[in-house]
Design a protein around this ligand. Sequence first.
Ligand code: 5AD
Ligand code: SF4
Length: 436
Amino acid sequence: MADPKKLFIKTYGCQMNVYDSERMAEAMGADGYVLTEAAEDADMVLINTCHIREKASEKLFSDLGRLKPLKQAKPGLKIGVAGCVAQAEGDEILRRMPLVDLVVGPQAYHRLPEMARSTGQQVDTDFPVEMKFDRLPERKTHRGPTAFLTVQEGCDKFCAFCVVPYTRGAEVSRPVDRILTEARGLVERGVRDITLLGQNVNAYHGAGQNGDYGLARLLREMAGIDGLERLRYTTSHPNDMDDDLIAAHGDLPQLMPYLHLPVQSGSDRILKAMNRKHSAADYLHLVERIRAARPDILLSSDFIVGFPGETDEDHAATLDLIRAVGFGAAFSFKYSARPGTPAAEKPELPEDITNARLYELQALVTSQQRAAQEAMVGREVGVLYEKPGRTAGQMVGKSDHLHAVHVDDPTGKVGELVRVRISAAVTNSLAGERLN
Ligand code: 5AD
Ligand code: SF4
């Protein structure tokens, strides 16, 4: 038998891209490709791109530049560009980079094997009526105790800074039975922790046997799957946190006490300019309700610093909101004008101002992150082992609160869910002792 063809995938951007890369690898696997860790060995290189900020987009062209010598040495090498830059730039990528063979947008991944079999340059950035998920093969090669599962794609919110509504299209939710089938298949393969994904995951409204399901109802169905011990979901919009979903945090033991709930800014003026449709007070009130349902929940958020028109007072209001909430983690980004978005029409702030504000905001959230880690010391938490640690006899996994935890456990196995007493907070992770 001939050697299998080798596929190298590089993934940028969000967790949804990580999930998509896995599904593309499975689709190509059904066509005889196996994954390789080295681009030099590959018969096909696929770059799964992100368009969310300018820096993320630029990576594609520097990566493609680096592939030039490989392609010259191996003319049969196929080079593909997937993801949101593929969607946004389409043919333009082929024009700028003739070494690219295929450009495939996020809604057309089921067509990838067929495109790879064809000769000549191929582009597919359509938004077909049928969902790609219905055409992709089962997840027979997934490894490890944790998995992502996309339940919803696209966004109808049109925040003024964001390209997602243009690159990923309108909100679409997968039907409940497909999601449950995929989840059961993953559990059969040893998965115990599933994170439901969507650009606007809490806007999920999928068709089920007994009518329309919101995210809370979907989570309740998932909680009924034997062997599925942990559930998470990301990313959520504050305006879609309905009563049922908040209640689920209180009454579903499988739903883990960690929630990523981006607020972007703490200034009502900027929130309005961002078209967020909620105020800082709305967010604080929501946080109160979520904490009333699940007091030990850790919250994380995204912040954009230096949005057009942001003043020192607006920035101070963001810092006030951060102090008022106390986040367990936070991601902060310098505003990056994205072509085609309404905010891109507005004049940008001087870079030194944005840099100084980012520095100040990051110092604050880092101190909160440390405080949240230190508050775990002495507590008993669940830890799902994901891999052996760097030192012999050590296992590493995630706690219920999504902290990385190192445990000395020479007999520990990947996939075990154990009780751990946290003994120390070290940089970016925790250490603990196994209790059971
Ligand atoms: N500039 C900077 N950050 C952005 N994000 C989205 N669009 C932009 C942009 N144009 C951030 C938001 C979002 C996260 C995924 O990326 O904070 O929540
Ligand atoms: Fe990047 Fe957003 Fe596309 Fe994810 S959905 S790849 S974060 S632009």
